[in-house]
Structures are given as structure tokens and as C-alpha cells.
Design a binder for this molecule. Structure first.
Ligand code: ADP
Ligand code: MG
Length: 733
């Protein structure tokens, strides 16, 4: 007996643990070798060019044409020496993936002798015009004006993957509107910097820059490549649309932090070697909760770079997994019934003087500064909680949120017991006590004041409430609802924006209070108290997975997200005003996102619905019929042998035949109805309306069809079943 599944199983059995990139040297000897970082620029660039890059990185200064030529020359010399033959402007379209169009360095020599030379000009480094008319743009580019430009982001260093020099770029339309995730992210970093520096200066005049930091924990699944290829749903949708849960998956919690399977370990080591060469400080690796789920986390760094590095890692992981006959799955919910994957974004703010503004300080003054920033984050996240939560909304992530051990679909902030006590006491402070807890002199005298209690909180003793989508973890906030396949920039730019808005408001309110004659620290405490009171509803310390919380959240007016309606947040005036005021995005750009998100939603669901229809029609039903036929033949045989009592003897088979017929009929009808619903939805021209129709009339069939198909999987002869089963996909031999 041989079918697609049994052949795939046989092939997967031949896949061994093997290393391909083993490098015996200590990591420190090759760390960063594939990145054109500042030390390498020092070697390859003239002093003038080097200074220009540093100035561009640190102060956002524009690069002169002539200097750009010098930088390009140095970059090319390094890349060619490293064996690169091509370069690409590497950009981040609104689809969450990254895009690249490779160009060869090689140009013909025009003189009589001919030949080839490596050529790379400043103008090519700085700007390119990829033929990008097919990237989603939400109407920002008419098709006749299909031009989009990529422009170098010098704050993120160029790197080499394989034989290609990748140059991180933004992607904008002819008229300068953002067509990507990086542009608003960079702008939000600038807006936050400006707002945060203004607040910091009230404490320390030496602060010139505040840089958001990101540490991204990436969860992913691995599946054997032969088994993966035998699952059309995994191949086309990145998730299983069918498949009965395995008898044993994550119930025993024996996978989490367990020994890493040897094939996976070999993959991880190769992946890490390449990551180190790309200058990424991978720190942790471990099994995750679901059977074939894993996680890695690098050391945190500047948000823009961490975000780019995460995308780089996703690319090299895919390539290296293939060498190991593995497929890496970044989909948020590839398997029903077990945990999905997220990308936890650990976020903090650090000054150029090296102070983490979200870390409680060692003295009252530093703690006051901590409270300023802490209260602004709470206030900002509360103000735009639905928008922030909507940034993680996607077809994929909605299969995960609210499910097995995943953050709920409503935003709340967990701050831990100690801080809750502190916040509650600040909220209750009468006006005349505000100065007592904030004025330096008084504080030094009294050890009992509130602000002094903060140093007790160390990162280690903040409770770990895993059920919260947004948690304070001692010296940073952790946004856990972000999906594993997402470009984190699409969420982080909003987080930066909402905090920047409150920092500006904070500074203004403190100024108002001081004009009324308050001391600076009293004025600050007053605003801190105000912000904490105003954002009270966003704080929740209990179990975010519970039904009670869902009700409580609704009572508090915290809205749960659902797709595609969450996308509407990009059209809400309050939100577009936020982006526009901070110079992060125009109203038109925000609305373009709304269009693009709806479009992506429709396309993904369209593909899923088609694949499911095909699977049921071409795999499930024919297999059910084959098995049913064998049962019928069996009953006929019994009848020939025992004409008297065959009815009794074959009652089990008869029941089964009947049961299978029932499932086949329902499946057939549901698939037919699904196709009809799709046809109706496809006729709708308006994309958001189409998305709504898809979610309301097509999506409901998906789960319904799956349920019956999975029932068939359980009754049909294992030998006949053509799709690798969960228990097979979820283990490594
Ligand atoms: P856990 O799973 O307990 O949340 P991990 O060690 O897996 O912790 O990941 C924590 C992530 O947070 C790492 O990427 C780490 O570098 C990052 N991180 C630690 N401190 C900060 C900070 N101050 N700002 C931003 N990220 C941080
Ligand atoms: Mg974490």
C-alpha cells in the first residue's frame, strides 16, 4: 500500500541530524563578519565618508551625492571581497514579508577589450526603483504611476546573505508616501525620541537622545519537509486546515524546555552560526509548549535594528531549515488544539546617557522619572488600546488569540503586585501630600514615602502573568499579542506613537501646573496621579484567559478585536490625528493601510477556502469512498458466506457505511455552499465590503467542514489516509 502520505513518511525516515555550517572557531572570531558595521566602515571608507554615515545615523543628516559615491565604493569593495556578486535593496512591504530584487555588481567594460568590472554607484546605493507595481499599496499608487522607490536606511547596516549584499531600505511612492512598515517605524522612533527627550531634560540636561529598545522572542514550528510537502494546506496556507488532534500532544507539558530533538538541535546550531555572522546576538533557544514548537530570542537592541534583524532571521531560518529537510512555520496557528506562535516584543526606552527609563531607580529622583514614563505608557496604551490591539489583527493571528494559552483578543496591562500597590497608593494621594512624596529634601528625610518603595522591584520578582497581552516585567513592557509571522514594526510604531503623545501631554500638563505655582516635582506627581487614575481601566492582574475577564473587560469598555473590523481603526479620526500630529503617517497613508489589510485578509481567506474545498473534494471524499467500498465488499462477502445471519454479523460495518455516507453528503453539501458563498463574495468590488462578506459568509464553513473531515479521519483505515497526520507532523524521527 503506498500513497502520498506513506511515501512521505518513508522519505522523512531517511532524514538525519547533520550539520552544514559547523564552524569550529569561537563565536567571537566570526561574529558580525557578514555585516557592514561601523568597524568595517572605518576600514573601507574614507574618514569623510565614515563621518557622514555616523552623522546620518546619529542625527538623521542627509548624505551628499559625492559622499554617497565614496560609501558605495567602500561597501562594494567589502562585499566583493566577501564573495558577493549581487546587491539588493531590501525592503518591507505591507505584506509582512520582506522583498528584494537582485542586481549584479557586474557591468560590461565599455572599452575595446570588453570584459567585466564590479560597479556600484552612490546613486544606486541611495535610491532604487524596483518594478514594484504588484506590491499592495492601498490605492497610494495608481497603476499608471506604478513607481515606488526604495531608499537606503543608513541606521540599519547592510549585510550579506549567501552571495547577495542586502541594503535595508524604506519603500515609498513617487509622491513620498510610505508603502512599507519601516517608514512609519522610523518616523515613530523620531517622534518618541523628541517627546521623551523633552521629559528627560526636566531631570537631566545631558540627555540628547532616547532610543526605544526591542528584544524579540520568536516562536516557530518545525515540520519534516517530506511530510510538509504532502500537506497542500501547509504548503499553500502555512497552516493545517484539516487534521484530527493527536492523542498525545501538549497535555503532559513534556516538550516545554525538554531536550531538543537532535535534528532540531543541528538546525539550531547552523542557524545560530549564520545569525552570529550576521551580527545577531542570539541568546536563548528552547522548546516551546506545543510538540514541535520552538523559540529563540536575541539580546535586545535598538528597535529599528532589532526589527530588521528579526526579519533577517526569518529569512535565514527558512533557508537553513531546508538544508536540514525541515520546514519552518511562522504561521500563528498551524495546528488546531495546541498553542500557536507569537512574537513577544520586549520594549523599553534608553537614553544616550545609558539610563533605562522604565527601570525603577536607585533614588527618589530617578524613581520619579521612572513613574513619569511608566504612567505615560499606561496612559497611552489605555487611550489607544483598541488601535494597538488592532495592529496585531490578521486572519492568521485571530486563529491564535484567545485560544490555547494565547493572549486574549482584548488589551490589558499587567504590572504585578508591588507596582499595583504603589499605583493604588498614588491614586489615593491627597493634593497636599503630593509634594511630600516628590520633593527631594523631604524624601531624603523620610524613608516612608511612596516613591522610595520602588527599588524593591527587581525584574526577577515581578510576577509572571503569562495570560496578559501586555505586561510590565521589571524594566520593560512585553507586548505578547504580536503574531509570529508579523513584522513587529507594524505594531511597535503604534506603541511608540501612543507613548509619544502622552509624553507631550505630560510635559504640557506639568508646565501648566508649574505656572499655577507648584514645584516641578509636585507638578509631576500630580500629572502622574492623573495619568494613573485615567488609565485605571487598562490594568488587570487576573487571569486573562478567563470568561470572567471577557465580561469584565466589556464592562470596562475595553473592546475585543475581530477581523476584519479591527482594520477600521486606521480610519478612525482619533487615530489618524495621532499619526498626523506626530508626523508618522498622513491620513491617506493610514487609510491605505486599511485597504491593504482588508485586501490581504480577503486573499488569504480566499486561498484557504479554495485549498480546503480541494482537499475535501480530492483527498477526503475519495478516500472515504474507497474505504466505504472495501466495507461494502466485506459485507457482500459475509453475505455470500453466511446468507442467514449476515445482517447481524456485519452490523458494525453497515453502521460505519451509513455513518461515512452521512459525512460524505454533509461535506459535499458544505463544500458546495462554501464555493457558492465565495462566488457571491468575489463579485463585491469594494475590498473592505468583500472582506466583511468573506468573514461573515465564507469563514464559518471552514470550521464546520473541518469538523466532519476530521471525524472521517478517525474512522477511515489509517493505511488509506492520504494526508500526514498530526501525530506524524508533530514529531521528529
Ligand atoms: P522571557 O521568556 O522570560 O520573557 P527571554 O529571555 O526569553 O525572557 O526574552 C527576553 C527578551 O527581552 C530578550 O530578547 C531580552 O534581550 C529582552 N530584554 C531584556 N531586557 C530588556 C530591556 N530592558 N528592553 C528591551 N528588551 C529587553
Ligand atoms: Mg517573554
Amino acid at each position: 500500500m503506498s500513497n502520498v502520505r506513506t511515501r512521505a513518511l518513508a522519505e522523512s525516515a531517511t532524514h538525519q541530524a547533520e550539520r552544514f555550517y559547523a564552524d569550529p572557531r569561537p563565536v567571537s572570531e566570526y561574529f558580525g563578519m557578514n555585516v557592514f558595521d561601523l568597524p568595517k566602515m572605518q576600514l573601507y571608507l574614507s574618514q569623510q565618508a565614515y563621518n557622514a554615515v555616523v552623522n546620518a545615523v546619529e542625527n538623521g543628516a542627509a548624505l551628499e551625492r559625492e559622499v554617497a559615491d565614496q560609501i558605495a565604493l567602500g561597501m562594494k569593495n567589502w562585499a566583493v571581497k566577501m564573495g558577493a556578486t549581487h546587491y539588493t535593496h531590501w525592503f518591507q512591504p505591507l505584506t509582512d514579508a520582506t522583498a528584494e530584487k537582485h542586481e549584479s555588481f557586474s557591468d560590461p567594460v565599455k572599452s575595446a577589450g570588453g570584459g567585466s568590472f564590479e560597479n556600484f554607484r552612490g546613486s544606486t546605493l541611495i535610491q532604487q526603483e524596483p518594478d514594484a507595481s504588484s506590491f499592495p499599496n492601498g490605492g497610494l499608487r495608481n497603476t499608471f504611476e506604478a513607481r515606488g522607490y526604495t531608499a537606503w536606511d543608513p541606521t540599519s547596516p547592510a549585510f550579506i546573505i549567501g552571495k547577495t549584499l542586502c541594503i535595508p531600505t524604506v519603500f515609498v511612492s513617487y509622491t513620498g508616501e510610505a508603502l512599507d512598515q519601516k517608514t512609519p517605524h522610523l518616523k515613530s522612533i523620531a517622534a518618541l525620541d523628541k517627546a521623551a527627550v523633552a521629559v528627560c531634560r526636566m531631570f537631566d540636561k545631558n540627555v540628547e537622545k532616547v532610543i526605544p529598545q526591542l528584544g524579540i522572542e520568536q516562536e516557530y514550528f518545525l515540520v519534516d519537509s517530506a511530510l510538509y510537502s504532502a500537506r497542500p494546506d501547509l504548503v499553500a496556507c502555512g497552516r493545517t486546515l484539516l487534521g484530527h488532534t493527536a492523542a498525545k500532544d501538549q497535555q503532559l507539558e513534556d516538550h516545554y524546555f525538554g531536550a531538543i530533538p537532535s535534528r532540531v538541535m543541528a538546525f539550531m546550531q547552523d542557524f545560530e552560526t549564520e545569525a552570529y555572522k550576521l551580527g545577531v546576538h542570539l541568546k536563548t533557544r528552547h522548546n516551546e509548549v506545543a510538540p514541535n514548537q520552538f523559540e529563540f530570542a536575541p539580546v535586545y537592541g535598538q528597535a529599528n535594528i532589532s526589527s530588521d534583524q528579526n526579519l533577517m532571521m526569518m529569512i535565514i531560518m527558512k533557508a537553513i531549515a531546508e538544508k536540514h529537510h525541515l520546514r519552518v512555520i511562522f504561521h500563528e496557528k498551524p495546528f488546531d488544539g495546541v498553542n500557536g506562535s507569537g512574537k513577544h516584543c520586549n520594549w523599553s526606552l534608553v537614553t544616550n546617557t545609558g539610563v533605562n527609563l522604565l527601570k525603577p531607580g536607585k533614588n527618589p529622583r530617578a524613581n520619579l522619572q521612572f513613574l513619569c514614563f511608566f504612567s505615560c505608557v499606561l496612559r497611552g496604551v489605555y487611550e489607544h488600546n483598541h488601535l494597538l490591539m488592532s495592529t496585531v489583527a490578521s486572519l492568521n493571528n485571530m486563529y491564535r488569540l484567545g485560544g490555547n494559552e494565547a493572549p486574549p483578543a482584548v488589551l490589558s496591562i499587567f504590572i504585578g503586585e508591588t507596582l499595583t500597590r504603589l499605583v493604588e497608593s498614588i491614586e489615593k494621594l491627597p493634593d497636599d501630600s503630593l509634594a511630600k512624596v516628590s520633593d527631594k529634601d523631604i524624601k531624603v528625610r523620610s524613608k516612608m514615602h511612596i516613591v522610595n518603595q520602588i527599588p524593591e522591584i527587581l525584574p526577577d520578582n515581578t510576577d509572571r502573568n503569562r495570560t496578559s497581552p501586555f505586561a510590565f516585567t521589571g524594566n520593560r513592557f512585553e507586548f505578547r499579542a504580536v503574531g509570529s509571522s508579523a513584522n513587529v514594526a507594524s505594531s511597535i510604531f503604534v506603541l511608540n506613537a501612543v507613548v509619544a503623545e502622552q509624553l507631550i501631554r505630560f510635559k504640557n500638563l506639568v508646565g501648566d501646573n508649574m505656572e499655577k505655582g507648584m514645584s516641578e516635582s509636585k507638578a509631576m506627581m500630580k500629572v502622574i496621579r492623573q495619568f494613573l487614575v485615567e488609565s485605571r481601566k487598562i490594568r488587570f492582574e487576573g487571569n486573562g484567559y478567563s470568561e470572567q475577564w471577557r465580561k469584565e473587560a466589556a464592562r470596562r469598555g475595553l473592546k475585543s478585536i475581530s477581523v476584519p473590523s479591527a482594520f477600521e481603526e486606521y480610519k478612525v479620526k482619533k487615530n489618524t490625528d495621532l499619526f498626523q500630529t506626530l508626523d508618522i503617517m498622513t491620513r491617506r497613508e493610514a487609510e491605505a493601510r486599511y485597504e491593504v489589510l482588508n485586501e490581504i485578509y480577503v486573499k488569504k481567506l480566499q486561498i484557504e477556502a479554495r485549498v480546503l474545498g480541494d482537499l475535501v473534494t480530492n483527498h477526503v471524499i475519495p478516500t472515504a469512498i474507497t474505504f466505504q467500498n472495501s466495507l461494502i465488499r466485506n459485507v457482500q462477502g459475509i453475505k455470500e458466506l453466511f446468507p442467514e445471519n449476515y445482517m447481524e454479523m456485519s452490523s458494525m460495518q453497515m453502521n460505519l457505511i451509513e455513518k461515512i455516507s452521512g459525512y460524505i453528503n454533509i461535506l459535499h453539501k458544505d463544500v458546495h455552499d462554501l464555493v457558492e458563498a465565495r462566488k457571491v463574495a468575489n463579485k463585491i468590488a469594494d475590498i473592505p465590503a468583500k472582506a466583511k462578506a468573506y468573514s461573515e459568509t465564507v469563514a464559518p464553513y471552514m470550521a464546520k467542514i473541518r469538523e466532519k473531515a476530521d471525524k472521517l479521519e478517525m474512522v477511515i483505515d489509517d493505511e488509506l489516509w492520504p494526508l500526514p497526520k498530526y501525530r506524524e507532523l508533530q514529531s521528529f524521527r
